[in-house]
Design a protein around this ligand. Structure first.
Ligand SMILES: [Zn+2]
Length: 100
């Protein structure tokens, strides 16, 4: 049986904070300055911990996603700054309590 979400339109619904967190995590990984496990489990643990600690930024319009107005762009900047603060803590926390 499909979930309730699957029974309603949701194709344009997206938490933009997810992409922002992945972008910032990618930046940290590329600098190579922080050494931590980057397996599928740890990466998703890090992203989940971070997303739970910052505000979500839901968008339900493809047009807004493609060309965000000043209000959405400013909120995205705030979320990016928070992600930069929280990601190192989440990396540390996952590294110290790895599930494997
Ligand atoms: Zn791992």
């Amino acid at each position: 049986m499909p979930s309730a979400k699957e029974r309603y339109p949701h194709q344009d619904l997206e938490n933009l904070a997810e992409e922002i967190v992945y972008q910032e995590l990618d930046r940290i990984i590329r600098t190579g300055e922080t050494d931590f496990c980057q397996c599928d489990v740890c990466i998703q643990d890090i992203v989940a911990l971070t997303l739970n600690r910052i505000p979500s930024l839901y968008c339900s319009s493809m047009a807004d996603k493609l060309s965000p107005g000043p209000n959405l762009a400013s909120k995205a900047d705030q979320v990016r700054n928070l992600a930069q603060d929280v990601l190192p803590e989440a990396i540390e926390q996952v590294a110290s309590a790895a599930h494997h």
